[in-house]
Design a protein. Structure first.
Length: 291
């Protein structure tokens, strides 16, 4: 997809529609083009700029041997997060961010071990030795753990980047990433706070089509980054794998992480309610307004 095609697709998806002006965050002012009625219009140039920088950062990070964690628990984002994370082979959280998912990963691993035990009971038929009531209880427990943690069951080290949809909703994940020094990328609407994110992508975080397009573009960057991993062979590549292995989670008894290295700086240098189907204006008019 060329840049011109990407711009048209983003506008068609309604990514330039912000929230009502009464709900805006003043820190989003640099990313706002103006107002139409009582709705802020996001500068599509800033959206494209953020998206292209995010793709480059993700590609370089994945090529260096690190993973990306996709986070989007709002209804409009769940399907896109799950589908695209599975397509590119990365981790995701789509139902609920449990406090301590990063900073207290030891407890999370214990829950995942419990999930493996329950799945073994059902897969081997051993569950039939339990009472009907107990089978129902264990099944509910298994489904709940699968729903909340199924997307990170293979995550055994700190991700290099966390991508989030709606920073206000995912504020706990943002805080945990900041505490551990993990780079954050976010699709952030006009009511969000971009100062909390390393690389904001200003855009409509309520429109399903806009969310799906952005997540798809970032998943493509992951796939391209994985292709770059194959070129990192020999002593340099082996050393990179050893460094990646040393970044596995270590947690103290009180749940605080220790010995977790901060994510590497991007190779590119410093990086600068519910209305999923907002009425769209003609593409030509919006493009001209954003020029």
């Amino acid at each position: 997809m060329t840049q011109a095609e990407l711009v048209k697709a983003l506008i068609d998806a309604g990514i330039h529609f912000g929230n009502p002006a009464s709900r805006w965050n003043p820190r989003m002012e640099p990313y706002i083009h103006g107002k139409r009625g009582n709705v802020h219009i996001i500068n599509i140039k800033e959206t494209v700029k953020g998206l292209l920088l995010a793709k480059k950062l993700i590609q370089n990070t994945v090529a260096a041997g690190k993973d990306v964690l996709f986070v989007g628990t709002k209804r409009q984002a769940r399907m896109a997060i799950v589908d695209e994370a599975n397509r590119c082979g990365m981790h995701y959280v789509s139902e609920r961010w449990l406090g301590g998912t990063l900073t207290n990963f030891r407890t999370i691993r214990d829950r995942l071990k419990r999930l493996e035990q329950l799945e073994k009971l059902f897969n081997t038929g051993e569950i039939e030795s339990y009472s009907k009531k107990m089978k129902a209880t264990l099944n509910r427990e298994m489904v709940k753990i699968q729903s909340n943690l199924g997307g990170i069951r293979k995550m055994d080290k700190l991700p290099g980047i966390i991508f989030l949809i709606d920073t206000k909703r995912e504020h706990i994940a943002v805080n945990e990433a900041k505490k551990l020094g993990v780079k954050t990328i976010a699709l952030i609407d006009t009511d969000g706070d971009p100062s909390q994110i390393d690389l904001p992508i200003p855009g409509n975080d309520d429109a399903m089509r806009a969310i799906a397009l952005v997540v798809s573009q970032l998943a493509d960057a992951v796939i391209e980054g994985k292709q770059g991993r194959t070129t990192q062979s020999g002593p340099a590549g082996q050393e990179g794998q050893r460094r990646s292995a040393r970044s596995a989670f270590k947690a103290t008894g009180d749940g605080a992480a220790e010995g977790v290295p901060a994510a590497d700086e991007a190779a590119t240098g410093e990086v600068p309610t519910e209305t999923p189907d907002s009425p769209k204006e003609p593409v030509e008019a919006v493009a001209a307004a954003s020029a």
